[in-house]
Ligand binder design. Structure first.
Ligand SMILES: Nc1ncnc2c1ncn2[C@@H]1O[C@H](COP(=O)(O)OP(=O)(O)OP(=O)(O)O)[C@@H](O)[C@H]1O
Length: 742
């Protein structure tokens, strides 16, 4: 049997805004001096009169308590209650003193006046008419919001989310939820299809409701962009959406027109297929194609003069360029847009250097950039010119609050405020996705020369699109492909083997090489032991690097040789526990001072600084990106923070809550290693899913090494990977958009 008590909330001891769990002290309950009450309530207002239903319990430590299952807030009706309520801080602009004055003025009529004639509040000294209106509005709003939150809670919506939903829809929240809760997924950050679907289920919306199916179809398309696709063929969309929704795909066809009318999707015929794009992605490709066309202007240059300059550059640098390299310089001089591509050791960097010298001789201003911090650093080292990340080149201005997937990032450099420079050279273009190329092109005006450099055989970008390959395949722009390998076979088996792997030719495994080793082992734990010995003893001396600079690259996250297990084991050996090193537990594992870590998502807001002597900041900025690697320098239990020093010298402070953005990085997946180079790379290989274990992946892994590659594991798996040219198909169509635009 539950009991009912009434009183007013004197103060709140604890409250969790996510689930509404509250511990509070009630006063004015008959006989009791004060009473502690516990329960989960959507809204509690200090000072409010309430009725609680529940039971008295005896807490072993705190004594008698009231465990409430329901809280009903009663509008304060007598003068004293009204004074408490108004003075509680619940209404902005009224404190205890003013509340007292109001009640003294109106006496027992206070409630009636606040509710019905709020303008009369201005009779009280210190309240203007405007303030009186504001107070009345707040009181009305609070009671509406209270009702709405109660309503939302019925459907299992947390208070924080409830507040966001109420802010968005106000009083129309009831009709939105009852008619089409899937609108929440469109309108509110933090609500995806899954949450909306859950709400819809509780409300009792049918699984084959049109709203549900449409929302599920759009959701499926956006999920696919998370795998790198820009569109899905219609059949595949239907099949995936049907799995998600548990609804037959025959229900879907009829919604395509609607979705297209609502500008949620774009349909495009290609041969006998229909391709379905999330609308924003279609336009990303289309606009990218148009902007590339605009940049691709012919810049008449006297070939003879360019040639003379090339001869001069060759003299200055002591390198004789081969035909294709010369052609690259000529084309860079003669066109607004140039794509320079080639595998490792084919002389891309040498060519970039010649192009830089050429334009320097013209007095041009040149900017260099690459998609990741690591790649930019490497570009700086290879050219001797300052290179930055593309995000910094475009002057990332922090992320808007709404940081949902697919939302455009805000850059200070854009169409209104373009980069004012003569030449822009971008390296590691294979890592640039459709969002980033679009943002870059928005900030480049015709007349600026854009030179895109990359190896199209690397794994495609993590984000959606297959930009470099598509641009090359469109066949519409000047492309120079470097094929000749300059690094000699005797010098580098890494390069020779990488090219063989790329062509599907088998690699000789005899360990006569100086930079390509294969250690055959067939047991996961033995492989790990060998890896540790290589890092701790053999390789640092051999390649003249620190153990932390040697990178373990593995195909997978899970499994005996997956990133997760490897990191836990490698941490124990490479950064063992020590009394002087602080630790912080997180989820399954822990971070320790001295750990090698990697940022695993883009954080556009995280602040960093570069410190000069005595730790004084000499440069500050925002943004730490997926793939940035560093070392945990300090863990501070009191401040609940950890500091990371990244390889490029930036320091960033993470709150303990943010530590889920970091992962140990003794081992990283090959995917994550894109664009990075390490003095030595160790690749443990035993087995894995065929779709993943392909030539492309092995090629990317091998080309990450500067001085030494060591594969430890199964020769059969290694050879199978070289044979396996199956790649996960990536649905992108920038090439077609380019071909269609003139
Ligand atoms: N025309 C040339 N004549 C002689 N040597 C060259 C020439 N071009 C490049 N090289 C040499 O070949 C090697 C590889 O060149 P470079 O670093 O430019 O290639 P890359 O394509 O940038 O390679 P990676 O992607 O592996 O860095 C370097 O040692 C470079 O000095």
């Amino acid at each position: 049997m539950s009991e009912s008590i009434t009183g007013y909330i004197d103060h709140i001891i604890f409250r969790n805004e996510d689930n509404g769990y509250t511990v509070m002290v009630l006063k004015g309950v008959s006989e009791e001096d004060e009473l502690t009450c516990v329960g989960s309530f959507p809204v509690v207002t200090q000072g409010a009169s309430v009725e609680l239903e529940g039971n008295f319990t005896q807490h072993p430590v705190y004594g008698k308590q009231f465990q409430a299952v329901r809280l009903t807030e009663k509008m304060p009706e007598d003068a004293l209650a009204m004074e408490r309520y108004l003075g509680s801080g619940a209404i902005k602009g009224i404190g205890a003193a003013l509340a007292g004055r109001i009640v003294r003025h109106f006496g027992d009529d206070t409630f009636q006046i606040v509710e019905n004639e709020p303008e009369r509040l201005s009779e009280v000294k210190g309240i203007s008419e405007k303030k009186a209106r504001e107070i009345a509005m707040q009181i009305a709003e609070k009671s509406d919001m209270r009702k709405a939150m109660m309503f939302l809670q019925k459907y299992g919506i947390s208070l924080n989310l409830g507040a966001k939903i109420y802010q968005k829809y106000g009083d129309s929240v009831y009709s939105v939820l009852q008619e089409n809760p899937y609108r929440l997924a469109d309108d509110i950050s933090g609500v995806g299809f899954k949450i909306a679907d859950e709400i819809a289920y509780r409300i009792g919306i049918h699984t084959d409701s049109d709203y549900r199916i449409k929302s599920g179809m759009v959701y499926t398309l956006l999920q696919a962009t998370g795998e790198g696709h820009v569109y899905l063929p219609k059949d595949e969309l239907f099949q995936r959406a049907s799995e998600l929704l548990g609804v037959d795909s025959s229900y879907m066809e009829k919604h395509l027109v609607d979705l297209a009318m609502d500008r949620k999707i774009v349909q495009k015929e290609q041969g006998d297929q229909i391709l379905i794009y999330p609308a924003q992605y279609y336009y990303l490709e289309l606009n990218t194609a148009r902007m590339l066309r605009e940049l691709d202007i012919f810049c008449p240059e006297d070939e003879k003069i360019v040639e003379r300059r090339i001869v001069q550059i060759e003299k200055e640098t002591g390198t004789v360029l081969d035909e294709m390299q010369k052609k690259a310089v000529q084309e860079a001089a003669g066109h607004g847009l140039l794509i320079l591509t080639g595998g490792p050791g084919t002389g891309k960097t040498t060519t970039i250097n010649a192009i830089i010298r050429y334009f320097e001789g013209e007095g041009a201003e040149i900017r260099l950039a690459a998609p990741t911090g690591r790649a930019a650093k490497r570009m700086t080292e290879a050219t001797g010119y300052e290179a930055q990340t593309i995000h910094r080149l475009l002057e990332l201005s922090g992320m808007p609050e709404d940081d949902r997937e697919g939302q455009p990032i805000h850059f200070e450099r854009n169409a209104e405020n373009p980069l004012e420079t003569d030449v822009i050279i971008i390296d590691e273009m294979s890592m640039v996705d459709i969002h980033l190329i679009h943002s870059l092109l928005m900030a480049v005006t015709a007349g600026t020369r854009l030179i895109l450099v990359g190896d199209e055989n690397q794994l495609p970008s993590v984000g959606p699109g297959n930009v470099l390959r598509d641009i090359i395949r469109s066949g519409q722009f000047p492309v120079v492909e470097l094929k000749k390998i300059f690094r000699q076979a005797s010098e580098s088996d890494i390069v020779v083997n990488a090219h063989k792997i790329n062509k599907g030719e088998q690699v000789e495994i005899n360990n006569k090489s100086r930079d390509f080793f294969f250690l055959k082992r067939y047991d996961a734990d033995i492989i790990i032991r060998v890896v540790i010995a290589l890092i701790q003893e053999k390789l640092p001396k051999y390649v003249e690097a620190k153990p932390f600079e040697i990178q373990v690259l593995t195909p997978m996250r899970k499994g005996l040789l997956g990133v997760e297990r490897l990191n836990q084991i490698l941490q124990r050996y490479l950064n063992p526990p020590d009394d002087s090193k602080k630790e912080k537990e997180i989820g399954q594992g822990l971070f320790r001072e001295g750990d090698k870590v990697m940022q695993v998502r883009n954080n556009y807001q995280l602040e960093w600084e570069i410190r000069g002597r005595y730790g004084i900041p000499i440069e500050k900025g925002v943004g730490v990106f997926n793939g940035d690697t560093g070392i945990i320098k300090t863990i501070n239990e009191f401040a609940e923070t950890a500091e990371v020093e990244f390889e490029d010298g930036r320091w960033a402070e993470y709150s303990f809550k943010q530590l889920d953005e970091l992962e140990l990085a003794y081992a990283v997946t090959i995917h994550k290693s894109q664009g990075s180079e390490y003095p030595a790379v160790i690749i443990p290989l035993l087995s894995g899913p065929r779709m993943l274990m392909n030539r492309n992946l092995l090629y990317t892994a091998v080309t990450r090494a500067r001085k030494c590659v060591t594969v430890v594991g199964s020769e059969e798996t290694f050879r199978d990977m070289i044979r396996n040219e199956k790649q996960q198909r990536r649905y992108s169509s920038l090439d077609q958009r380019i071909q269609e635009t003139e």
